[in-house]
Ligand binder design. Structure first.
Ligand code: UDP
Length: 194
């Protein structure tokens, strides 16, 4: 996709349809797909946080999540015309998982929130499998978390640790994870938990 740099942070010029279509390609080719939500807060963090910067630079699909990014693009005569909300990407990804019977894993949010989100997702999308979840305040070591996710056989991982934690965590541990789709989802589990 064409890339537009917003204050030096790359954003891909793409649509929701592009994202969902690419999912099949990535599964077929067993290639990792990273859905990175880019908002003004993350653009500022990327400036001083090398981990966040590295995560964004290496992500396959960086979408403009937030009207702020769209406005900056407009002011600088860029090509980003539409906001793609992270929660909408998560919902479309869950629909895809439901259609193709994928296994998903949730990592992050408060214990009662992730538990409720897992139950709500399983109920609303009966053909996907919630293969497991871990809250974002666990005392488990990172290598245990990674092992837990890999043992679950999850195809898709949603990380809800807030920024910059979720970007840093994925930057560090994605290479060891066997999932195909990764998404940073901020507060989306709080929304989906009802
Ligand atoms: N969160 C977490 N562990 C932490 C900090 C935050 O699991 O150490 C979760 C928090 O419970 C919430 C989500 O990350 O579900 C998003 O947090 P926040 O709203 O602070 O971040 P933002 O949406 O602004 O990125």
């Amino acid at each position: 996709y064409p890339i537009e740099r917003v204050y030096d942070t790359p954003v891909d010029i793409l649509t929701m349809d592009d994202i969902i279509r690419d999912m099949s390609t990535h599964f077929n080719q067993q290639k990792k797909m990273t859905l990175a939500s880019i908002n003004p807060q993350i653009i500022l963090m990327a400036d001083s946080n090398p981990q966040v910067k590295a995560f964004i630079e290496s992500a396959s699909h960086r979408f403009a999540d937030g009207i702020g990014v769209v406005k900056v693009s407009r002011w600088t005569k860029g090509q980003i015309t539409e906001r793609i909300a992270g929660i909408d990407v998560m919902v479309e990804t869950l629909k895809y998982a439901n259609q193709f019977h994928k296994k998903i894993f949730l990592y992050g949010a408060k214990p009662e929130v992730v538990e409720k989100a897992a139950a709500a997702i399983q109920k609303d999308y009966p053909h996907l499998e919630v293969a497991g979840y871990i809250d974002g305040y666990t005392t488990q070591a990172n290598d245990e978390i990674v092992a837990h996710i890999n043992q679950s056989g999850a195809d898709m991982l949603f990380v809800a640790l807030g920024s910059p934690k979720q970007e840093e965590w994925l930057n560090n541990f994605m290479p060891q994870l066997n999932c195909t789709v990764f998404q940073t989802v901020g507060g989306s589990l709080d929304v989906l938990s009802g």
